[in-house]
Design a protein around this ligand. Sequence first.
Ligand SMILES: *[C@@H]1O[C@H](CO)[C@@H](O)[C@H](O)[C@H]1NC(C)=O
Ligand SMILES: *[C@@H]1O[C@H](CO)[C@@H](O)[C@H](O)[C@H]1NC(C)=O
Ligand SMILES: *[C@@H]1O[C@H](CO)[C@@H](O)[C@H](O)[C@H]1NC(C)=O
Ligand SMILES: *[C@@H]1O[C@H](CO)[C@@H](O)[C@H](O)[C@H]1NC(C)=O
Length: 638
Amino acid sequence: MFPLLHLFIFLCLSFSYCCYGQIINSSSSSCPLDFTSLRKIIDQNSKRPTLNSTAQCQYIRQGLRLVQSEYLRRTNSFFPPMSSADSCWNSYQSLVNDYVQNFDIRSSCGFQTAWISQGCMNITTRFEFESKVSPAAITNIVSSCNQSLENNSPCATCTTSLSGLASFLPGPSVGNLFDCAAYPSVYAAAFANQFGPTDKGTAKCLFLLDVSVGSSGKGKKSVVVIVVVVVCVVVFAVVVFGYWFMWRKRKIGLAKKWNTKRLESNLSSRLDSISGSTTLIRYSFDEIKAATKNFSRLNIVGTGGYGNVYKGVLPGGIEVALKRFKNCSVAGDANFTHEVEVIASVRHVNLVALRGYCTATTPFEGHQRIIVCDLMKNGSLHDHLFGTRHEKLSWGIRQKVAIGTARGLAYLHYGAQPGIIHRDIKASNILLDESFEPKVADFGLAKFTPEGMTHLSTRVAGTMGYVAPEYALYGQLTERSDVYSFGVVLLELLSGKKAIMEFKDGQPTLVTDWAWSLVREGRALDVLEDSIPHLGPPEVMEKYVLVAVLCSHPELYARPTMDQVVNMLDAEIPVPTIPERPISLIADLDDIERSVSSGGNSGNLSTAAGYQPYIFERETPLADSDSVRARTLDQRSR
Ligand SMILES: *[C@@H]1O[C@H](CO)[C@@H](O)[C@H](O)[C@H]1NC(C)=O
Ligand SMILES: *[C@@H]1O[C@H](CO)[C@@H](O)[C@H](O)[C@H]1NC(C)=O
Ligand SMILES: *[C@@H]1O[C@H](CO)[C@@H](O)[C@H](O)[C@H]1NC(C)=O
Ligand SMILES: *[C@@H]1O[C@H](CO)[C@@H](O)[C@H](O)[C@H]1NC(C)=O
C-alpha cells in the first residue's frame, strides 16, 4: 500500500509543480526565444492567403528558424535549452493560434517537443558551426549576404554562397524541423547580414516568409492563460480529492480491493498510448472508410503486390495516401504495430512521413491493415520518366532528385536507429512533392509483402533490373544492395531509359551494362537523355553518370556507401576510379567487344572551357582507398 501512497504524493507534487510552472512560464519571457519579431513580420504582410496544412507546417518551420536566428544573434546559440522546449512550443502555439484556430503545431505537423532544442551533428553554438566550415566559406557568405536581400538578384547571390556550405554538413538531422541544411541560412541571417533576421528582405530571402499563416483572430493570449489556470486548478483539485478518497478507503479497510498490479499495468499502457500518440495516430476503420469514400475505385492511385494505395481526405481537408495491405491475419498484428512505430520514428525531409495506421477486423472485409502517409502532389519519379507526365525534367530537378534520394537513403542506413535496408528502391518508390523534393517511400515495409512475393518480384521483368546481383543470386542482403538499386534509379533519371532497356532474343539489355560500355569508351555524357532542359556544367553531369555507374557495379565491394555518394554528388569530392567489371552474365558478348574496339571518345557535350572527359583506367585499382575500405567493411559485416 505504501508504494501506492508515494505514487500519489509524487503525482500531487508533480501536478502542482506543473501548474505552478505553467502559470509562471506561460508568458513568453520564460522561453528564451522571442516570438514578437515573428509576429511583427506576419503583421507587416498585407496579403494573407489561407494555406493548407502542408504549407502551414512549412511556414511554421520557417518562422521558427527566423526566431532561432534572432536568438543565435543574441546568444551565439542555435537552440533554446532543452528544459525550455515545452514552454517555447507553448509560446509559438499561442502565436499561431492568433492567426489560425484549432491548429496544434506539434500534432498537426508531427514535431516532437525535444526537436526545438536539437539540430544535426551536435552543432548547437555559433563556434561549433564555424569550426565545421572553412573560414573562406564564411568570408564568402559575409561578402555576398551583407546587403539588402529584398530583391531577387542579391538574394540569389546570397543563397548560392550558402549552398556552398552544404557539403560541410553531411550529417543526419533531427526530424525535419532543423536539419543540417537549415544552419547556413540561420547563421547568415544572424551574423552575415547587417539588417538581421527580422528585416523584411532577409526574412523573405532566407526564410521564405513572404506571406503569413491563416487569417483573423487576435488577443487570445489572456484567454489562454486563464484557461490554463482553470484547467490546472481543476486537475489539482481532482488529484487532491483522489488522494483523500484513497486515504479514506484505506482507512475503512476497503483498500485491499485495489489491485496494485492492475493499476500499474493500466498506467503503463496509458503512458504507452501517450508516447505513441505523439508520433503516430491510430485511426479507426470508420475514419479510414470516410476518408477514402469507402475505398472507392476512383480513389486508387497505385497498386502493387501488397495491395492498393488510395488517396483520401482526413477531416480538416488534409490529403493523405492510404496503403491497404491485402491477405492480412490478426496473428502478425503486434509485430506490424511495432514495426510501424519504428518506421514512424524515422523522419527526414527525403523520406515519406508516416501519419498513422489502422488495424481492424470487420465482419465483411476481414482483417485490415492500413497505413496513412502524406500525399505527394507530383506523383512518382516513374510517372515523370516513363509514365503519364510528359514534360521533361530539367537538369536542376534531376540533380535535386538525385541528391535528395541519396540523402534519404543515407539517413535510412546510418541515421536511423536501427538502420534500415530498403530492399525495394525503384523509380516508382521515389515520390516528388510540390517543389520536386524527392521522398523515398515504403522503407521498412518490404517485410510485409505477402510470403513468396519478394521471390516473385525478382523474376518479374518490371523490378528485376533493380535488384543487386548478389541479392538476386544468393539472397545476400546488405545496405550495398540498396546502393545498387540507387545506381540503377540514378541511371534511369539521367538517361530517361528503363532499368531493362529492351529484350533482344529473350535476353534483357540492362541500363547498367549499356551505361558502363559508354563510360568505358570515355563517352559518359552520351548516357544523358537527349534535350534535357537547362543543362548543367558538363563536368558535373559527367560526375553524376560516373557515380551512377559506380553504384550499380555488379561487385559489391566496388560500390560506395550512401554517405560517400552524398559527398560525391554534393561536394567537390572526386569519384574514385571505377574497377573493371566481370563480364555480365546476360550482356551480349559481341556487343561489348564491338563497343570496346570502336573506342571513340567524343564527349559531344564537352565545351571549350577545358573540360576533359573521363578516361577509363584499365588496371584494377586495388590500392584505391575507397574500394579497399569498402571491401574491408564488407568483410567485417559477414
Ligand atoms: C519556468 O521558468 C523558470 C525560468 O524562468 C525555470 O527556472 C523553471 O524551471 C520553469 N519551470 C518549468 C516547469 O518549466
Ligand atoms: C498546399 O498549397 C500549396 C500552395 O500553397 C500547393 O502547391 C500544394 O499542392 C498544396 N498541398 C496540398 C496537400 O493541398
Ligand atoms: C553527438 O554527441 C554524442 C554524445 O555527446 C555522440 O555519441 C555522437 O557521436 C555525436 N554525434 C556527432 C555526429 O558528432
Ligand atoms: C556589413 O556591412 C556594414 C556596412 O557596410 C558593416 O558595418 C558591417 O560590419 C558588415 N558586416 C559584416 C559582418 O561584415
